[in-house]
Design a protein around this ligand. Structure first.
Ligand code: CP
Length: 330
């Protein structure tokens, strides 16, 4: 039984197999590969793309998706061990995971961090508790990583470039008025480094460094692929010669849990918006983002409307890669 919680547990060739099969499914979408299989999808947070692409994709493979929102249409769940459950939660993940495992063939989880204590949030306790107590594979639909987005990102880049080895990859922080999850940024580093690209992380300051776990993994992946990993604070040099610009906003970990301080920090860096003049510095780069994206805050209309913007294509590819991944793990 193999979970799909982080791509770090999957080799480059295993991930490439998923992407390759996704292309077959894109050309031939309706196959009964999940016939008589049920997938429980638990959403602790909102979604447009993930929910829709999983539900439609599972249906196209003749499977059944059951969508639950704990605390809304399903009981609120407790995750702490050895606790007197006299708060809001009505049942413990230990029972929830076992019961869902008895009905379904897979449990997929979206559970963002709580944005209070990074030392706690970095343990990814919700999905890891499900993995601990479930007897069926567990899939990450975004927690502190977003591996399904990673697969769609790689498929979309390979459709554009073919081989990605040695491409100049820029992950840039971009402005947003609120401190957001680091998941897609963490994932961007993991997958770009795993696929042999020269990875550059552009941050406004050291406060915006991602967790050491991801910086270390990216460095190690790059080293084993013969590629480079750098952190930059200089917009012009970071963009120059990039082949790929991937943008994401995230809250600075140094002020994690202090929302007002994070907002004040972000407000100093509105100029990190991705605009046409920055894109003009690149090697005719493609631009992408996981979406949702606030236009003219994170990226300008000019960038979003340009031919080089592949964000919508990447979102579309979510369905194909997820169908492929589910077919393989089930
Ligand atoms: N990119 C992504 O996961 O989109 P949703 O939050 O809409 O699912």
């Amino acid at each position: 039984m193999k979970n799909f919680i982080t791509t770090q547990n999957w080799s480059r060739s295993e991930l490439q197999d998923i992407v390759d099969f996704a292309i077959e499914l894109k050309n031939n979408p309706y196959q009964p590969l999940l016939k008589n299989k049920s997938i429980a999808m638990l959403f602790f947070n909102p979604s447009l793309r993930t929910k829709t692409s999983f539900e439609v994709g599972i249906s196209e493979l003749s499977g059944t998706a059951v969508v639950l929102q704990p605390g809304k249409d399903a009981w609120p769940i407790e995750f702490q061990e050895n606790i007197v459950m006299d708060g809001d939660a009505e049942e413990h993940v230990k029972e929830v995971a076992q019961v869902l495992s008895s009905y379904c063939d897979c449990i997929a989880i979206r559970a963002f961090p709580h944005f209070k204590d990074w030392d706690h949030d970095r343990t990814d306790s919700v999905i890891n508790s499900f993995a601990k107590y479930s007897s069926v594979p567990v899939v990450n639909m975004e927690t502190i990583e977003h591996p399904c987005q990673e697969l769609a990102h790689i498929l979309t880049l390979q459709e554009h470039f073919g081989d990605l080895q040695g491409k100049e990859y820029l992950l840039t922080w971009t402005y947003h008025p609120k401190p957001l999850n680091t998941a897609v940024a963490n994932s961007s580093l993991l997958i770009a480094s795993k696929f042999g690209m020269n990875v550059k992380l552009l941050c406004p300051s050291e406060d915006y460094h991602l967790d050491d776990r991801y910086l270390k993994a990216a460095k190690e992946n790059c080293a084993s692929e013969g590629a480079s990993f750098d952190i930059s604070y200089d917009i012009d040099s970071a963009y120059s010669n990039a082949d790929i610009v991937y943008a994401k906003s995230w809250g600075c970990l140094s002020h994690y849990g202090k929302i007002d301080e994070q907002i004040a920090n972000n407000n100093q860096f509105k100029h990190f918006i991705v605009d046409e003049s920055k894109m003009a510095l690149t090697n005719k780069a493609v631009f992408s983002h996981c979406l949702p994206l606030r236009r003219n805050v994170k990226a300008t209309d000019g960038v979003m409307n340009a031919d080089y913007c592949i964000a919508v294509k990447e979102a579309g590819n979510r369905k194909h890669v997820q169908k492929s991944m589910l077919s393989k793990i089930l």
